[in-house]
Design a protein around this ligand. Structure first.
Ligand code: GTP
Ligand code: ZN
Length: 354
């Protein structure tokens, strides 16, 4: 409990632009997120024997052609760039954000330093990603901090066992005037996941849709993806099944958050596909954790389900948590000229059964 509280404090501090100490098994790093730093906070953080260095993800180091300067044996090792006088905050921001590469193409030369505490560095980058920030941090060995975090704290923060039902109510919706909504709360993570129950539970496995939040598609009618039609199509399919459960998971942008998804869209406008855009930003192709969905179903008493999806990882994610998927039901819809390349990428590169 206190571990997940420490992670929540650290995530909050990083988002606000405050320094955090990351305690790894191999050392301690004090970090300040590049994205939320500002002139005075960086000046305060830089105070000491030497200015703070800059830690970037392995993916960003590869784009910046720093691979040759890092330890050959560890291609996934982040890069630590030594600060020189010209490496000020605007330069660091340009270094952190690949979506700005066309605006600021000339970068370097950089001197990559040896990463003394790779596990602490990896934890620091994980913390930034969990905060919805680009994995780019100013780092130093000491200095004042607002919060402290360990890898175990981050594990506790992610633990779906801390999810509980917070409220439930009748919610008449267009597809079912007798639907019921159930909201979940997590002890550490502020995300409020929701389940919408369509029809009446009758002891048979419900038709379930794991829907990850997509503000642009669900609310604004974006044509770049298929989320809006899939959301409404799922509710419609449930009215034709005996009953169903829509899990509305607050995992915007496959778990990278809205702002980073929009950065990924900027990169897609520059020609990168949805997979490479995520990787270039320093995130995984899919940062989602389907343990949350499994926990929600378990709390609703449903451990045998039919799942509407084209994504085998959703099925595997539920099964790994003890939820039996008795049937996968294909869920293909909403194709248009703006999302055809996106759907083809999902088919060709992420194993979607389309
Ligand atoms: N990072 C990123 N996220 C995207 C992009 N396009 C859509 N998304 C997000 O992807 C998620 C949609 O995923 P789902 O509808 O669950 O789709 P899926 O994993 O492909 O699986 P199924 O639809 O079940 O077959 C939402 O969170 C969207 O915000 C993109 O180009 N980049
Ligand atoms: Zn979408």
């Amino acid at each position: 409990m206190s571990a997940s509280r420490d992670a929540a404090r650290a995530i909050d501090a990083l988002k606000r632009g405050w320094p955090v100490a990351v305690d790894g098994p191999d050392g301690v790093l004090h970090v300040l997120a590049v994205e939320t730093a500002h002139g005075p906070s960086l000046e305060a953080f830089d105070e000491g024997a030497a200015p703070a260095d800059l830690l970037l993800s392995a993916a960003r180091a590869a784009t910046l052609r720093l691979a040759n300067q890092r330890e050959a044996a560890s291609p996934n090792c982040p890069a630590l760039i030594g600060r020189v006088p010209w490496l000020d905050l605007p330069t660091a921001i340009a270094l952190a954000d690949p979506a700005r590469d066309l605006e600021t193409p000339l970068k370097g030369p950089f001197l990559a330093q040896h990463v003394d505490a790779p596990e602490a560095a990896a934890t620091a980058l994980r913390l930034a990603r969990a905060a919805g920030l680009l994995p780019a941090l100013f780092v130093r060995a000491d200095g004042p901090v607002e919060a402290r975090v360990t890898p175990a704290d981050l594990d506790a923060y992610d633990d779906p066992a801390s999810l509980v039902v917070a409220a439930r109510a009748r919610l008449p919706v267009a597809e079912d005037a007798k639907a019921e909504i159930v909201a979940f709360r997590h002890a550490a993570d502020a995300a409020e996941h929701v389940a919408l129950i369509i029809g009446t539970p009758d002891g048979t496995p419900p038709l379930v849709r794991l829907h990850s939040e997509c503000l642009t598609g669900d609310v604004l009618g974006s044509l770049k993806c298929d989320c809006g039609p899939q959301l409404h199509g799922a509710l419609h399919a449930m009215t034709h099944a005996s009953w169903g459960i829509l899990l509305y998971l607050r995992q915007e942008g496959r778990g990278i958050g809205l702002i980073n998804k929009l950065r990924a869209y900027q990169l897609q406008d520059q020609g990168f596909d949805t997979v490479d855009a995520n990787l270039r930003l320093g995130f995984g192709v899919d940062q989602r954790d389907f343990r949350t969905a499994a926990r929600m179903l378990t709390l609703l008493g449903q451990t045998r389900v039919r799942v509407l999806t084209n994504n085998p990882n959703k099925v595997a994610g539920l099964e790994a948590q003890g939820v039996t998927v008795v049937e996968r039901v294909a869920h293909k819809m909403g194709e248009n000229p703006h999302n055809i390349a996106y759907l083809e990428t999902k088919r060709d590169r992420t194993g979607h059964l389309l």
